[in-house]
Design a protein around this ligand. Sequence first.
Ligand code: SF4
Length: 411
Amino acid sequence: MIQTSPKTFRLHIGIFGRRNAGKSSILNTITGQNVSIVSDIAGTTTDPVEKPMELLPLGPVQFIDTAGMDDEGSLGLQRLERSRQVFDRTDLALLVASSNIWTEFEAKLLEEIHNRKIPVIVVLNKTDISPPDPEIVKSLREANYTVIPVSTLSGEGICELCQAIIESAPDSFVNRPVILSDLVGPGESAVLVVPIDKEAPKGRLILPQVQSIRDLLDNECISIVTGLSNLPQILSRSGFQPKLVVTDSQAFKEVAQITPPLVPITSFSILFARFQGDLQTMALGALTIDNLKPGDRVLIAEACSHHPVEDDIGTVKIPRWLTKKIGGSPQFTFTRGHDIPDDLSGFKLVIHCGACMWNRRTMLSRIERCLRAAVPITNYGLAIAHSLGILERSLSPFPGLLNTLKTTRSV
Ligand code: SF4
């Protein structure tokens, strides 16, 4: 059975350039498959096309082929918007240009990618038609850009391009942070509480749980996985004290009551606020709940679209806990996937899921967007913990952050 890596572990490589620069041909040549439709007609690629592959020795990558960044007309502008959204999830960009065409358009696109702090490789395509202009290559290389001339027709430069991708992978991808094993330590135990309720998918665990177990195994830690009902029995075993108890956020209250005060507890969602995003920003964002008033606008955003169940966490439980906490209902907006409102300025708070299906860059881009709009952002686990009055307890595995939080609260 072939197991594919989830997107969260894939280096996302966005392919940008003007229409007909050969972006799709490059994707097809690298992957050895006809993933994107190729034609001489400009604008053949409309929506972004994604293709996962293993790029050894780097590992799993996700190519995203975009429509031309010079698209026009009303539909073209919509496609352009979709292509721009791809910047938010791009870990490494390929800027594709025809080998002898380098105009203000390409220069501006390169500048935009550079300003977004995305590492970029300039791919000068169609060398079979004309060789790249040596002056262009020289000036780009003098500006420290990696430039690879290629021909998808002859295959020239494709191996060099793959090598350049491997060498340009950001350090944050090559040396990814761990999820929780640094909080546990080799030979020590973490208890993972996984309630099997209506929301639990039939016959399997969800991604954050699986990834947490794998992280513990990779680092020689002991993981004990249990439902809520057996937790008291496990924790009362004589001489047993786990380094950490991690729970599904929905069982936070019960787990906090059962677990002895000296044992740190947190939730999968909070671990993912650290692993996928920025735990400090999101923990401080949770404090906004103290100042929320009934009627304030709150955006609840989920990274993936799943069919909401009866007691859905995002659309039912969090609104219910929050309403109880502030003594009246805020005005909620719910979104799923990559689309959130363009104008965030009217929201008092954004509450985000753990984004286990995304790569880290996508989540960081979303946090940055909220901060640019001066809207605090927090995540499900932190919002639930604070609504239930156990925010500090839920951050007990992170004493440094806890101090920052206490200082902020006392100011
Ligand atoms: S809603 Fe968010 S945290 Fe939950 S499974 Fe989807 S991406 Fe993962």
